[in-house]
Design a protein around this ligand. Structure first.
Ligand code: 13P
Length: 343
């Protein structure tokens, strides 16, 4: 894979007013969501659910790439077609989550570091052979008194940069995801301050490791007040704070920015993304990168509840997937309206 080919894939992932579908929940996370929705937690149920998502009619109109989990990339549709082939036929680039999860960070009670660097070169090689063309690694940064620590930020930034360099060596576009969590009572300003610190540390580490910014995607959190904060800022205030934070920290060379949803309500995530793109498209905007989505819950959650593990509900659940994906596509053009939810 040449440098130019990698850059082309990164650009395709954020082009044409499309975004990413994250469907890479690990088995424990997927099972937790299934249990909450009253769905059996079996390999077959996970396979059937992923088949539902990726065979949604019209998915490729809104979705440029889908992030899979290790179990999923090896699975097949009921008719025997591999999932990688199903996505490719739908015009969707297959991607793969390659981190092995956030584990307790030694010496830093309450904080996490994402593991998975050992043996990663060989795993990336295998995923490339299976057809993956991009990858994802998520770091988790929690907010609390005295948190995040410098140690937590530095360890996670270093791991993200090592992962990204290995991906580019293997011919995979890295999606670099440092997630500052929404949990807590903090105000928006505190999230902005921490997100800025984290992004500066991440780009410093990426530079140190020689990562080609043109061939990577940043997957950040939006700048938000904590879920438990009594003052919830408006859609416009969130959009302003997020864009300002990114302008201060993300080099213009980065191919694109694809937000995670992080547990926001689906409609709110679309509205906030829309407000950011309205700013980006306005005359005085300076944001140099496409601002797209890489949502899991904010696309899937309504569909999961409708499906409920029953074959008879597949078509209705797919309509819900398509609806959320198309609302988010509209948001990339600044054309999302609350009325679309009740059309
Ligand atoms: P959410 O959109 O549900 O936050 O998931 C995105 C993701 O990929 C988490 O790693």
């Amino acid at each position: 894979m040449s440098e130019q080919e990698l850059i082309d894939i990164a650009r395709r992932l954020v082009a044409d007013g499309k975004g990413l579908l994250a469907m890479d929940e690990s088995n424990p996370t997927c099972n937790k969501r299934f249990a909450k929705a009253g769905i059996p937690q079996t390999e077959e149920a996970r396979r059937a659910y992923r088949e539902l998502l990726m065979t949604t009619p019209g998915l490729g109109e809104c979705i440029s790439g889908a992030i899979l989990y290790d179990e999923t990339i090896r699975q097949h549709k009921g008719d025997g077609t591999s999932f990688v082939q199903v996505l490719t036929d739908a015009g969707v680039i297959p991607g793969i989550k390659v981190d092995l999860g956030a584990k307790n960070l030694a010496g830093h009670p309450g904080e996490k570091v994402t593991e998975g660097l050992d043996g990663l070169r060989a795993r990336l090689h295998d995923y490339f052979q299976m057809g993956a063309r991009f990858a994802k690694w998520r770091a988790v940064i929690g907010l609390d008194d005295g948190m995040p620590s410098r140690g937590c930020i530095a360890a996670n930034a270093q791991a993200l940069a090592r992962y990204a360099a290995l991906c580019q060596e293997a011919g995979l576009v890295p999606v670099v995801e440092p997630e500052v969590l929404m949990d807590g009572n903090h105000v928006l300003e505190r999230c902005r301050e921490v997100t800025e610190d984290v992004l500066l540390a991440v780009f410093d580490a990426l530079r140190t490791q020689g990562v080609m910014l043109e061939a990577m995607i940043l997957k950040p959190n939006m700048v938000l007040p904590g879920l438990g904060c009594p003052h919830q800022d408006s859609v416009d205030e969130v959009a302003d704070a997020t864009v300002r934070c990114l302008l201060r920290t993300v080099p213009a060379a980065v191919a694109g920015i694809a937000f995670l949803s992080g547990g926001q309500a689906s409609e709110l995530a679309s509205a906030r993304l829309n407000a950011m793109n309205l700013r980006r498209n306005s005359q005085d905007a300076r944001a140099p990168w496409p601002l797209v989505f890489s949502f899991a819950r904010a696309i899937q959650q309504p569909a999961l509840e409708i499906w409920h593990g029953e074959a008879a509900h597949v078509a209705a659940a797919q309509q819900a997937v398509y609806h959320r994906a198309s609302c988010n596509r509209a948001a990339l053009h600044g054309e999302y309206r609350a009325a679309m939810e009740h059309a």
